[in-house]
Write a protein that binds this ligand. Structure first.
Ligand code: PMP
Length: 456
């Protein structure tokens, strides 16, 4: 019999299937094992320290060592470590958080509903939209329009909403009733000479054509991230959300804003919906709601959604939906404290001010041979890497250069994430200008090293 593996690395390879990892390659390369964190830094088990320039998975607003969140969790564990919200039960952290969210909402919202992940929240949004259509006596109105490159999660429904091939290929997705319209990636998809406004008009027309082809009476909702994250940090072009919303209003289609990344300051306002003048009927939130110290996500729904849903639950006898740990008291207590910190320390203002500095400093790299575009808003940005600048063409296979530079960054103390050739920067909202300067210096050196390596 084989000897039992005993190093952490060997045990990881032996026992653990990784999320979002090439499982075969992982057997060769092994894991990066992160042991601890402080501020914007994390440290691995070999003692290497990294600037966590992705805030984990776009999520740790307050950094990796916020004692107030530890204390909030400990207090709640001691008082009531678990309870639920089925059958009219509640607990105070959940009520406090629901009230806080509804009062923070940038457009009138009626109720908050709690789930454990962004995927579950988007699944729940889809179910609520279907339930509502049935309540309104419009059982044919079930289609949801999402976008290519959009990211909404990995459960069967939310992976169907996601518009990225890796989430659907070989998973037999998407399911029925999900459609995908064009993505607002101006740099990559605009026609020669097309202005941002013209591009936005064309995309709104694409959407209207899709709605007409499907039959407007069959379309229930449109879902979109204010700024696309996992699709490559795609900031919508000028006029985009105004024009899209005009089409939705014309056909009485609900808007779901997936604020899972944008919510709680990332774009320089509390919500991405404010940055882009969106007026959603449903808002989906997770990640920075608790700085991901605890798993929690939430939906807010307005009266247009709540009222028919309430009627339908009355007709059936219950709203037959909910999760055992949805709105978990410890997660809710941590989320409340996290939101208080974001407000007290004006981390939204910090995202705006230091984010502007980050965009300016990253913008200086736009002239680099390997950089096709630098884009971003608030404290979220990406550098799109190219092998041939004029042709906007990748170096070798798409994603190869992104992977190479991402590895160089890690070797030099920065954790970023390449989505294909788009290298993302989404640091904790507490980052300072001096820390941004250090980060950008490392990025520049990595680009220079990559240029030497690939051009010889
Ligand atoms: N929506 C968006 C916009 C996201 O970025 C993500 C996660 N990256 C999700 C939904 C899914 O969240 P989770 O991984 O918690 O299911």
């Amino acid at each position: 019999m084989d000897a039992q593996p005993n190093s952490l690395e060997a045990r990881d390879i032996h026992y653990h299937l990784h999320a979002y990892t090439n499982a075969r390659k992982h057997q060769e390369t092994g894991p990066v094992i992160i042991e601890k964190g402080d501020g914007i830094y994390v440290e691995d088990n070999a003692g290497n320290r990294y600037i966590e320039a992705m805030a984990g998975l776009w999520s740790v607003a307050v950094g990796f060592s916020e004692q107030r969140l530890v204390d909030a969790a400990a207090r709640q564990f001691a008082k009531l470590p678990y309870y639920h919200s089925f059958s009219s039960k509640a607990h105070s952290p959940l009520i406090d958080l629901a009230e806080k969210l509804v009062k923070m909402a940038p457009v009138p919202m009626s109720k908050a509903f709690f789930t454990n992940s962004g995927s579950e929240a988007n699944d729940s949004a889809m179910k609520m939209v279907w339930y509502r259509s049935n309540a309104l006596g419009q059982p044919q109105r079930k289609k949801i329009i999402s976008r290519k490159r959009g990211y909404h999660g990995v459960t069967i429904a939310s992976a169907s909403l996601t518009g990225l091939p890796a989430n659907q290929t070989s998973f037999d997705l998407p399911i029925a009733n999900v459609l995908h319209t064009s993505s607002p990636h101006y740099w990559r998809e605009a026609l020669p000479g097309e202005s941002e406004e013209q591009f936005s008009t064309r995309l709104a027309n694409d959407l209207e054509q899709l709605i007409l082809a499907e039959g407007p009476e069959t379309v229930a909702a449109f879902i979109g991230e204010p700024v696309m994250g996992a699709g490559g940090v795609i900031v919508p072009p000028a006029g985009y959300w105004e024009k899209i919303q005009a089409v939705l209003a014309k056909y009485d289609i609900l808007l779901i804003a997936d604020e899972v990344i944008c919510g709680f300051g990332r774009t320089g306002n509390m919500f991405g919906s404010q940055t882009f003048n969106m007026r959603p009927d449903i808002m989906v939130m997770s990640k920075q709601i608790s700085s991901s110290y605890q798993p929690i996500s939430a939906l807010m729904i307005n009266e247009r959604v709540f009222e028919p849903l309430a009627d339908e639950s009355n007709r059936i006898g219950t709203f037959g939906h909910g999760f055992t740990c949805g709105g978990h008291p410890v997660a809710a207590a941590v989320a409340l404290e996290n939101l208080n910190i974001i407000e007290e320390r004006d981390l939204v203002g910090n995202a705006r001010r230091v984010g502007a500095h980050m965009l300016k400093r990253l913008g200086e790299l736009a002239s680099h041979d390997l950089v096709g575009e630098v884009r971003g808003v608030g404290m979220i940005a990406a550098i799109e890497l190219v092998g041939d600048k004029a042709a906007k063409a990748p170096w070798g296979n798409a994603g190869a250069l992104g992977g190479l530079v991402n590895d160089l960054l890690r070797q030099n103390g920065v954790i970023s994430r390449n989505m294909g050739d788009a290298l993302a920067f989404c640091p904790p909202l507490i980052i300072t200008e001096a820390q941004v300067d250090t980060l950008v210096d490392v990025v520049k050196r990595a680009l220079d090293t990559a240029a030497v390596q690939i051009k010889g």
